[in-house]
Design a protein around this ligand. Structure first.
Ligand SMILES: Nc1ncnc2c1ncn2[C@@H]1O[C@H](COP(=O)(O)OP(=O)(O)OP(=O)(O)O)[C@@H](O)[C@H]1O
Length: 235
């Protein structure tokens, strides 16, 4: 179970998140929503330790991630696909995957198995192993960034607006991977702005407003709560 309790965090003097609480269960897609500037990306960064917690806890199966140095957070089971993807654009697809594998299983057979699994999940990447990441389409880059994060075999997968700016067929491919990961028992925490994209996908929605919890919706509350959700987001 992944649980954030009373998290207060920000940048230097600027406190952005105030006493935020959030849960993401294994086998569920939890969607974090909020208007521009509400603090969604900051929350993702705080989970990764890239933004320091001033107060509160960030727990994954009993480990307090907020107490760890940032480089140890992935090793405790958190895969992060940041907004903008942050690939090594001069390196090839294969090299980017190798880097992901470097943080994953140590034995050669396990690494091969993980790599093969990624290529099964994203067959388009298999056709482009020698291509430089910077020359991939936006959707392919998103696939590569997701594959790289999954090489760690995370328990929690963080995706920050993964389908932003992608064409419909790519959006569908990314959506299917999220569903597969959920069905394999990962806790998926997704930042998404578009209500239409999450009404069916989400098992739970947490809305934040100006860095604070606004409202949570469980699966049965989502469809009846659509108008309130739209009001929160101003759409
Ligand atoms: N490095 C930084 N230093 C200072 N303030 C920052 C920094 N990064 C973000 N902020 C501020 O933190 C607030 C929350 O930003 P954040 O990117 O977390 O919002 P968001 O909900 O992800 O927004 P969007 O939907 O536009 O991506 C904003 O007011 C932003 O200006």
């Amino acid at each position: 179970m992944f649980q954030i309790e009373g998290l207060t965090a920000g940048y230097g003097q600027a406190t952005i998140l105030r006493e935020v609480s959030l849960q993401a269960a294994p086998g569920e897609i939890t969607v974090l929503m909020g208007r521009n500037g509400a603090g969604k990306t900051t929350l993702m960064k705080a989970i990764m330790g890239l933004v320091r917690a001033e107060a509160g806890q960030v727990r994954l199966d009993g480990t307090d991630l907020a107490a760890l140095p940032p480089h140890q957070v992935p090793g405790h089971g958190v895969g992060y696909v940041p907004q903008g993807r942050r690939l090594f654009s001069e390196l090839t697809v294969a090299q980017n995957i190798e880097i992901g594998l470097g943080a994953g299983p140590k034995e050669a057979s396990k690494r091969r198995e993980t790599r093969d699994e990624m290529l099964e999940l994203f067959p388009r990447l298999g056709e482009r192993m020698g291509q430089r990441a910077g020359t991939l389409s936006g959707g392919e880059q998103q696939m590569l960034a997701t594959a790289r994060a999954l090489c760690l075999r995370p328990k929690l997968l963080l995706l920050d607006e993964p389908t932003e700016g992608l064409q419909p067929s790519m959006i569908e491919a990314i959506r299917q991977v999220m569903v597969q990961m959920r069905d394999r028992g990962l806790a998926v925490l997704l930042v998404e702005q578009r209500i239409d994209a999450v009404l069916e996908l989400a098992d739970r929605i947490s809305v934040i407003e100006m860095g604070r919890n606004a409202e949570d919706f469980t699966k049965p509350e989502i469809a009846p709560g659509e108008a309130r959700l739209r009001a929160h987001l101003g759409v």
